[in-house]
Write a protein that binds this ligand. Structure first.
Ligand code: ATR
Length: 289
């Protein structure tokens, strides 16, 4: 009996993930699960491409028959000038995590992180008050996707607290034109616990709480009872802030959902089947977490 079923034929559809290193990416496991579940004749490959080799290797992929690829560190920003077309959401976030190869080997860049975060939040906290103010901690690439998603879901006001204040200001400058119905406001990192009063959503996009990093320190005492607490860190699944939220009886949404949901649009565009995020997929991708 083979170790794993092989569906690959000469007609197989090809996709993959470009990273450097790429060995830690969970995307092959994630897409491989859906390929097997849907009995799709296709393959999703890890592609370890050095940043300096991206400009030379990327145009070869559509010419080799690839349908598209995902991009992970450090390629998400580097790939922007290599795209023939960048969809507005990726332009707004300033990073591309998904490429779709079109007619004449055209390279179309998009970003599914915002959509993935929004879908994970909607699934994990269906009763969330999306119009209430939100507090976002952090101002890196992940924060940009989260702010975009919260604004799109109807947030009237989003507070952004970052250790380095200039980065929060830069995020607001870049995203404000794309979020005309939402007030984006930079707030003091040190005031984060006090600012929670009146918020409907708290999102940690910093690396605090990640395995090997210090925990995120925030006092949930002043939080509204309806506050939804979301963390994009998924290693460990139960971060200190999520544990504190659950202990207070608040709805807590872990970071695995964003990782799984962000993969849905790419898989659908490459392989023609809209896959579903469910408990079996969670178990498969997060078996070691
Ligand atoms: P990503 O693209 O995943 O968002 P990033 O751009 O490296 O990654 O951003 C990491 C975020 O975690 C930043 O907001 C960073 O704050 P700074 O902009 O001040 O660096 C935040 N972060 C990391 N370590 C932190 C710490 N010890 N205390 C507070 N914030 C921290």
């Amino acid at each position: 009996e083979p170790l794993h079923p092989v569906w690959i034929s000469g007609a197989a559809r090809l996709a993959g993930v470009i990273g450097y290193p790429v060995t830690h990416s969970r995307s092959p496991r994630l897409h491989g699960f859906w390929l097997a579940r849907h009995r799709i004749d296709g393959a999703y490959l890890p592609l370890a491409i050095r940043p300096g080799d991206l400009a030379e290797t990327l145009p070869a992929l559509p010419r080799m028959g690839f349908r598209g690829v995902n991009l992970t560190l450090p390629h998400k920003e580097l790939v922007l000038p290599l795209c023939d077309e960048v969809e507005p959401v990726a332009r707004a976030i300033g990073a591309v995590n998904t490429l779709v190869f079109g007619e004449d080997h055209r390279i179309i860049g998009t970003n599914t992180d915002a959509w993935g975060f929004g879908a994970a939040l909607a699934a994990g906290a269906p009763a969330r008050d999306a119009a209430a103010p939100a507090l976002v901690l952090g101002a890196g690439g992940a924060a940009r996707a989260v702010v975009y998603a919260l604004a799109e879901a109807g947030a009237g006001r989003i507070l952004i607290a970052n250790r380095t204040a200039e980065r929060a200001a830069a995020l607001i400058r870049d995203l404000a034109p794309h979020c005309p119905a939402t007030v984006l406001e930079a707030v003091d990192w040190a005031a984060r616990s006090d600012l929670l009063a009146g918020c409907g959503t708290l999102v940690n996009t910093t690396s605090l709480g990640l395995h090997g990093q210090p925990p995120l320190e925030i006092d949930l005492a002043r939080a509204d009872d309806r506050l939804v607490v979301s963390d994009i860190v998924y290693d460990p699944l139960e971060t200190p802030v999520l544990k504190a939220a659950r202990a207070r009886g608040l709805v807590a949404v872990d970071g695995l959902g964003m990782l799984l949901h962000q993969a849905v649009p790419g898989f659908e565009r490459w392989f023609g089947v809209r896959p579903v995020v469910d408990a079996a997929l969670r178990r498969h991708v997060a078996a070691d977490l």
